[in-house]
Design a protein around this ligand. Structure first.
Ligand code: GLV
Ligand code: MN
Ligand code: MN
Length: 417
């Protein structure tokens, strides 16, 4: 029996499922979902649980200056760049139990299986949980992987504050003091390869009745924050001509953007997911509105053209108010290297698991790590394609099959000389 088959045979479906259930208790919403914000006390507890699981098999934990978390399974040649696999454990406020957690727990399961057979890869294998993938508490998202890549400045990210005024820097310091035994390591160390397993977060695998998505690439995404400034006034007395109603202006902008960006083919994705009104009082003309725009498209030229229309359309509909459009991120569409996709596909074939080549419509940390080393992603189905929702659900068998394909892929890559 080959070492891949031996290790794959040790992937344990019950353990993998139970660990998802256990992790989902940390930040459980009470409605089946999870609210575990980046760098929160819940995330500290989840990381403690990962360290406890890892310590049973001797894994050494590390963290870096933006709080990315690693568990290392040493290879025969500890000086060589490791193969890294994982995802994130922060969630949306009404998040599910599998988004991100699956990639991290599948990575742990792969290492457990290697350990159980006594298999030592040529290169070390490391689990990673990247900091703040979701961008829900602190914007922008994919912060840990972007800083690791060097695409974002560490100091600028540490200065970002949540809606309560707490900074990323203060929160990373809190995590570090709760993890005094965790060794610090530099940002951006060399990686031999990166593989991220993730739920699809869309309906395609389920509709096509396939178990594994061999991810070809990730569609592009631009994120904006729009600030509309008006003036508070009395709701009963101020005449229309005197009003600077920031809410009316913002609604007009969003309606106009929706029309300008509308795509009958439904390829363009345009979302205003956050909308804040000040002072948000029934009898006061709204003085200010902040809203977010998340714009995505697989064709970079289209993404750039549509994103560039946002500011002029907002300005055109500002009325008596003023508007400022700030771009928070602009990540082009990308393709993962063919060799990594071929490896994932070959492993799925060898294990007789059905697969489909498909792009990722959602964003992932693999987007940033792709620029540092050969990178790939493995998808599994999620029920009804529902994600960023407390009802997010997956089948235990699909988690298991995904972890088996991950194990084979990581082993192939960890044998690279
Ligand atoms: C990731 O969470 C995304 O929003 O694509
Ligand atoms: Mn995710
Ligand atoms: Mn997510």
């Amino acid at each position: 029996m080959s070492s891949i088959n031996q290790v794959v045979s040790q992937i344990n479906q019950a353990r993998l499922w139970e660990r998802h259930e256990r992790l989902a208790e940390i930040g459980a919403t009470g409605r089946g979902g999870v609210n575990r914000q980046a760098l929160s006390k819940e995330e500290i507890l989840a990381r403690k649980q990962l360290r406890e699981w890892g310590s049973v098999i001797g894994l050494v934990p590390y963290s870096d200056a933006i709080g990315n978390f690693f568990l290392r399974y040493p290879g025969e040649n500890g000086d060589l760049a490791p193969v890294v696999t994982g995802s994130h454990i922060d969630t949306q406020p009404t998040g599910g139990r599998f988004d991100g957690s699956f990639g991290v727990l599948a990575a742990l399961e792969v290492i457990e299986a290697m350990h159980a057979t006594g298999y030592r890869p040529h290169r070390s294998v490391e689990l990673v949980a990247w900091t703040n993938e979701e961008g829900s508490r602190f914007a922008p998202g994919m912060m840990g992987s972007a800083v690791f890549r060097g695409q974002r400045e560490l100091d600028a990210m540490l200065a970002i504050r949540d809606s309560d005024g707490v900074s990323v820097g203060e929160s990373v310091a809190a995590i570090r003091s709760a993890e005094s035994e965790v060794c610090e390591r530099p940002l951006g160390f060399s990686l031999a390869a990166y593989i991220e397993a993730h739920i699809e977060q869309g309906p395609i695998l389920e509709l096509q009745r396939k178990v594994i998505g061999v991810v070809s690439g990730i569609q592009g995404k631009r994120v904006f924050r729009v600030t509309v400034d008006g003036e508070e006034n009395h709701a009963g007395t101020s005449p229309r001509a005197m009003r600077k109603d920031a809410l009316v202006a913002a609604v007009n902008m969003i309606g106009a953007l929706h029309d300008a960006i509308y795509d009958s083919e439904d390829v363009v994705k345009f979302t205003v997911g956050r909308f804040e009104v000040r002072p948000n009082a029934p009898s006061v003309v709204p003085a200010a509105v902040h809203f977010s725009i998340d714009l995505r498209h697989p064709d970079d030229a289209v993404l750039q053209r549509l994103g560039d229309r946002i500011e002029p359309v907002c300005t055109q509909h500002q009325g008596p108010c003023t508007v400022a459009v700030k771009e928070l991120s602009n990540d082009p569409a990308l393709e993962f290297p063919v060799a990594v996709r071929d490896t994932i596909r070959a492993i799925a074939k060898d294990l007789s698991i059905s697969y489909l080549d498909m792009p990722s419509a959602a964003g992932h940390d693999a987007r940033h790590i792709n620029y540092l080393c050969p990178t790939g992603m493995i998808f599994i189905p999620c029920e009804g394609g529902i994600s960023h929702n407390e009802a997010e659900s997956c089948e235990a068998e699909h988690l298991f099959e995904g972890a088996r394909v991950l194990a084979g892929t990581v082993m192939r890559l960890a044998e690279m000389t």
